[in-house]
Design a protein around this ligand. Structure first.
Ligand SMILES: [Zn+2]
Ligand SMILES: [Zn+2]
Length: 199
């Protein structure tokens, strides 16, 4: 489900069979209702074949596989095969988190502070120029803030942009209902630069 070497999710494409999708190509994430175990997210993504698709992604795969904490694979360049990740990646991730680094973070606008977060808190993403606009539901205050970040900030665990753009208002829920309405709001929004260092 996740290729840690290339930092790509492996999702199905009706045209090509398989697509290797970076997190920044996700467009909308929605937790499926109901008490399902494991929790499952419906993900809309822009596929490299040029079409948008949707896929179901388990919570563990979404949040933990990029850290090597559940079954994942990496592309072994020596053998040219996908091989299971050993415990090493998970160890590295655990050590970094203990040292106060966080795999993903965002700037919460209403709380005026950076917060650690996981991909399952991402709501809608849309590219805008060189950057990605990402709507994040704060795990602490539950408000949605919109940050303008680099692709690496989204794709690569423990890569956090030093500064991010922060939209100077909270987005209404209906704006987040579709990628189109989010994109339109994003284009008319004002961004302030904020430092993202977590204390
Ligand atoms: Zn496709
Ligand atoms: Zn918050």
């Amino acid at each position: 489900m996740y290729d840690a070497f290339r930092t790509r999710y492996t999702l199905s494409c009706p045209t090509r069979g398989e697509a290797h999708v970076p997190l920044h190509a996700f467009r909308r994430l929605e937790r499926l209702p109901g008490p399902s175990h494991p929790v499952v997210f419906r993900v809309e993504f822009d596929c490299s074949c040029g079409e948008p698709h949707s896929a179901l992604v388990a919570h563990d795969d979404l949040d933990w596989a990029p850290l090597g904490i559940v079954d994942g694979t990496f592309h072994n360049v020596m053998t040219d095969r996908a091989e299971p990740i050993g415990a090493e990646l998970a160890d590295v991730a655990a050590r970094k988190i203990q040292a106060g680094e966080w795999p993903w973070s965002f700037f919460c606008y209403p709380e005026e502070r950076p917060r650690p977060v996981f991909p399952s808190s991402f709501s809608v993403l849309a590219p805008g120029g060189q950057a990605i606009g990402v709507a994040v539901r704060c795990p602490v205050c539950a408000c949605v803030s919109v940050n303008l970040v680099s692709e690496e900030h989204v794709d690569v665990p423990f890569h956090n942009d030093a500064h991010v753009g922060v939209v100077d208002h909270v987005f209404r829920e209906d704006v987040l209902a579709t990628v189109e309405s989010f994109r339109a709001e994003l284009h008319s929004a004002r961004f302030d630069a904020r430092r993202l260092a977590l204390e």
